[in-house]
Write a protein that binds this ligand. Structure first.
Ligand SMILES: [Zn+2]
Length: 321
């Protein structure tokens, strides 16, 4: 049987899937990620786990159509190199594609986890296969991926589609993990909402969030919950985060003119409450022709998105047409 092997490798578990050539899922399962000894067992464990399915599913790893791997760190897509990864306990550059190909005998393609999740949602989830899709993942940071012409944008050195680092806070109030200030992620992620609440808390002394701000225990979930019950500080923070997201989206919209913006990640559980606010600002900022036929959607594949995207990469790049 012709199969595609797909793995979404995370810091605690690896989600593995076997797909047919048309990207239909045949079987999926998970294995724990062993990050001991600088993550040196991870690829071998993934390979062994694929091998363990050969008999029951009637395929050979080395005769597969290819393996797609999503990794939770910065990836040089052309070379298949992971450039250090804290979550996997890996330091320095690792030749992931070459190593897995040597282990398995299967052609291998590698990308970072945010990109493969975006591609999964585009091809098999909320994007419905539309060729122009942008995914924005609102978690601890702001991740995402930009798909144009049906393909992920990587750019010269892999920084293409790093939506979280679009500059939106021109006052540069908060430091970003990337080294600069003013990034979208400093004002719109879970961390960003907490940043904003702390910055503006003196203006809203009666907020139910005040104590948590002072104690340094505030979470984005508490902010969203309080906003929904009408707390003025919390409402202000969510409005601000929505406004910054809309500004970034309006900038992206004149570059790739997406048909879908897909929201995923923990913060996006606020659902329509958040997207309605985003849309309110977006409608005032968008280049009017780009607003036509653009939809805001919520991610549909959950934790399986990366696995679907890794399989899609194999179909796009490794299967000879
Ligand atoms: Zn940044």
């Amino acid at each position: 049987m012709n199969v595609i092997l797909a793995a979404d490798i995370g810091g605690t578990s690896c989600k593995l899937g076997i797909f047919d050539e048309e990207l239909n899922l045949i079987e999926k399962w998970e294995i724990p990620t062993d990050i001991s000894e600088e993550g040196s067992h991870i690829l071998a464990d993934v390979h062994d786990s694929f091998r363990s399915k050969e008999e029951s599913l009637n395929f050979k790893v080395e005769e597969s159509l290819g393996a797609g791997l999503g990794m939770p760190g910065p990836v040089d897509f052309e070379k298949g190199i992971l450039n250090g990864c804290i979550n996997l306990n890996m330091k320095g550059k690792r030749s992931i594609a070459t190593t897995f190909r040597e282990l398995s005998g299967a052609a291998t393609i590698v990308d970072n986890d945010a990109n493969v999740a975006a591609l999964g949602e585009q091809s098999r989830g909320a994007g419905h296969g539309h060729s122009e899709v942008v995914m924005i993942t609102l978690g601890t940071g702001v991740g995402g991926g930009v798909i144009s012409g049906g393909r992920l944008i990587h750019g010269t050195g892999g920084s293409g589609g790093e939506i979280g680092h679009i500059t939106v806070d021109f006052d540069g109030r908060f430091q970003c993990n990337c080294g600069k200030k003013g990034c979208l992620e400093t004002v719109a992620s879970a961390t960003g909402m907490v940043n904003l609440a702390g910055y503006h808390s003196d203006d809203y002394e009666n907020s139910v969030l005040s104590a948590a701000v002072k104690e340094g225990t505030l979470t984005s979930k508490a902010i969203v919950d309080a906003a929904m019950t009408g707390d003025p500080l919390a409402e202000f923070v969510v409005e601000e985060a929505a406004r910054y997201l809309a500004a970034a989206m309006s900038n992206i919209s004149v570059i790739t003119n997406p048909g879908y913006f897909i929201f995923g990640g923990g913060v996006s559980r606020a659902g329509r409450y958040l997207t309605d606010k985003i849309k309110k600002y977006y409608d005032t900022l968008i280049f009017p022709p780009a607003a036509d036929d653009m939809e805001i959607a919520m991610a549909e594949l959950g934790n399986d998105a990366g696995m679907y995207g890794a399989a899609t990469l194999v179909k796009q790049y490794l299967i000879k047409k």
